[in-house]
Design a binder for this molecule. Structure first.
Ligand code: 13P
Ligand code: SF4
Length: 347
């Protein structure tokens, strides 16, 4: 039963004590996040991993790229475990390293040595390595603006991987007009841009989050009509028009603190993953909280981490077996860590 599984998780956790550490992302299910030793948005989780307490085992409740980052930021002898290896991220998979090398070659032909690559942390270690090797850095949704500003002190143009929406929303926030942003479509190996290529300031990789693309402008228009006092709060992985039409946007950490600080009786429609929206609604019964998309939007890969998988990985540890260990090859990690450190230093 669920109660038995929960009791076993508690038992194994107390047996291991400080030797076991469980970080959890805000999108994790309640049945899992209740056991996390720390929860956070992507930036906070990366910061926690870089100053990880003396844990031998880090059982990461999140997705694959987060576990890779944890492996790279912790000591060599600390082992990172992902309770279900199918917990990937479709956005991270939209930029593979061969496509990136090919695209980069084409960009060099057009713009020469004027481009600095930045990657959203929602990317594979190989992409982080590529970016690190070329002098760039990672960004998260909570420091993207600051990192983009930094990047423009280094080079005239930025390649932003792999989320076109976070890239566009952030660049627009910095005052870059949409007509100075080109899109690079990796599957076709082509640029989508109509103006003069010399004017391009930002090259957006054509990737997206399939969860956040489910919030659209119609949802906002309907709400504005039906619930005019409701405030709309979205994640910057949403499309440009949704972010523009919303009242506020920011990382999962920002979404949580906004709701925590909102006055009782206030009404909110939130455009982000369903587990987080439901949890906020439960934790704040004095406020009205709904999903911006009434059909709710789960991240299927985040949800792969469930109580049975968490328990299974912990029971294996108890038996002395490390399952689903995530390790990033040294030659990739060497450069990827540079990209991560350039971000952590500035956050
Ligand atoms: P943040 O928690 O950094 O806002 O990231 C959201 C996300 O989509 C993680 O996969
Ligand atoms: Fe990836 Fe989107 Fe899921 Fe985050 S919510 S893990 S970006 S698919």
């Amino acid at each position: 039963s669920v109660e038995e599984m929960e009791a076993r998780v508690r038992e194994i956790k107390s047996k291991f004590g400080d030797r076991l550490f469980i970080p959890g992302h805000h999108y994790q299910k309640d049945e899992v996040i209740q056991f996390s030793d720390a929860r956070g948005d992507s930036l906070k989780l990366a910061q926690i991993c870089s100053q990880m307490p003396e844990a031998d085992f880090i059982v990461f409740c999140g997705v694959h790229f987060m576990a890779e980052t944890a492996d790279m930021l912790t000591n060599a002898d600390q082992k990172v475990i992902l309770p279900d290896l199918r917990a990937g991220c479709s956005m991270a998979d939209m930029a593979d390293i061969d496509q990136t090398e090919t695209g980069w070659g084409k960009m060099q032909e057009i713009w020469g040595d004027t481009i600095l690559p930045l990657t959203y942390v929602n990317s594979t270690a190989a992409i982080k390595g590529f970016v690190g090797k070329h002098g760039g850095a990672t960004v998260t949704s909570s420091n993207a603006k600051k990192m983009l500003e930094w990047a423009f002190t280094k080079k005239e143009r930025i390649l932003f991987l792999p989320d076109q929406h976070l890239g566009r929303n952030t660049a627009f926030d910095l005052g870059i007009p949409l007509d100075q942003m080109a899109i690079y479509a990796p599957l076709e190996g082509k640029f989508e841009y109509e103006g003069d290529l010399d004017d391009v300031k930002v090259i957006l990789w054509k990737g997206h989050c399939s969860v956040h693309e489910k919030f659209n402008i119609k949802h906002i228009e309907n709400l504005r009509k039906q619930e005019p006092e409701m405030k709309i709060l979205v994640h910057p992985e949403c499309t440009y028009d949704v972010v523009q039409a919303s009242d506020l946007d920011g990382s999962t950490g920002f979404i949580i603190s906004t709701i925590e600080n909102a006055p009782p009786g206030s009404k909110w429609a939130i455009g982000t993953e369903m587990n987080l929206v439901n949890r906020l609604a439960q934790e704040h019964p004095d406020k009205e909280i709904v999903s911006l998309n009434p059909f709710m939007c789960p991240c299927l890969t985040m949800n792969r981490i469930d109580l049975p998988h968490l328990l299974w990985s912990l029971e294996k540890l108890e038996e002395g077996e490390v399952v689903n260990q995530i390790t990033v090859p040294k030659e990739v990690a060497e450069y990827a860590v540079l990209a991560l450190e350039r971000m952590l230093e500035r956050s």
